[in-house]
Design a binder for this molecule. Structure first.
Ligand code: GRF
Length: 251
């Protein structure tokens, strides 16, 4: 079976983006909305796969007219590489995908395989660290800041060179659910920017194993999604944001 590196797309043509997801797929939906049905100058979602036939992500993809598949055996790397190459994928995004990516896929998509994790890696990552468990662990440890990490994937869970991170404050009275919801809002803002940057070549994994280029984050206290997932629906939230901003970015 051919597991040679999948052909790289020419930077002048839109990247053909494949997505793996295990759950509801809200991060996938953000990518579908960002790249749109016909795709953008930088990319198009061409395939969505899951290890679960009941994954909401598959329904979202089907509604957007994107071909979908349920993996017969998520451990079978050569089968997955063949499926991805048949879809003509040249960039693979893990958006809430819980299975370990087989080495054959890591090799074939080296530098074009990225994952989003709802914590500031390397903290609160690794096997078994997913969903609410992460936010519960953050609260248990009394951490006052958590956040989102998008990184290139290697053969280990939640390891690999970091593309971008964004902090999210832990607020008094937070539960794993309230913290998770605030982090998810920031995930939805950061992921499309990161996928776009890698698809366009603005950010790349160098032969030296380092990330080259930077994701342009439109930081401003006024742009809602960059308020660390805080939706200023109350004066309190806006005030909380202002004090967090001051603490995280002391002038
Ligand atoms: C997100 O928090 C993601 O970071 C994590 O799983 C959650 C999935 O969310 N890996 P969704 O399926 O994209 O809504």
């Amino acid at each position: 079976m051919n597991t040679h590196p999948a052909p790289r797309h020419h930077p002048s043509s839109p990247a053909r983006i494949a997505v793996l997801a295990s759950g509801g797929g809200s991060n996938l939906q953000v990518l579908i909305d960002h790249f749109g049905g016909a795709g953008t100058r930088t990319g198009r979602i061409v395939w969505v796969g899951s290890d679960k036939a009941t994954a909401g992500a598959l329904t979202r993809a089907a509604s957007a007219g994107v071909p979908t598949a349920v993996l017969a055996d998520p451990r079978d790397g050569e089968a997955l590489v063949a499926t991805l190459q048949a879809a003509g994928a040249d960039l693979l995004v893990l958006a809430g995908y819980l299975k370990l990516i087989p080495e054959a896929v890591v090799r074939a998509f080296h530098g074009r395989l990225m994952n989003i994790h709802p914590a500031l890696l390397p903290a609160f990552g690794g096997a078994g660290m997913y969903g609410q468990r992460i936010h519960a662990a953050v609260l248990e440890h009394g951490a006052t800041v958590t956040g989102v990490t998008v990184h290139f994937v290697d053969a280990h869970y939640d390891r690999g060179p970091i593309i971008a991170q964004w902090p999210v404050p832990v607020l008094p009275g937070d539960t794993p659910a309230s913290l998770g919801a605030r982090v998810l809002r920031t995930e939805h803002a950061l992921l499309p920017l990161c996928v776009d940057a890698v698809a366009s070549g603005a950010v790349a994994l160098g032969e030296d194993g380092n990330v080259h280029g930077q994701v342009a984050v439109p930081v401003s206290p006024t742009t809602a999604e960059w308020r660390f997932g805080l939706v200023p629906d109350t004066a309190g939230a806006a005030a909380a944001f202002a004090s967090e901003w001051a603490r995280l970015f002391p002038r």
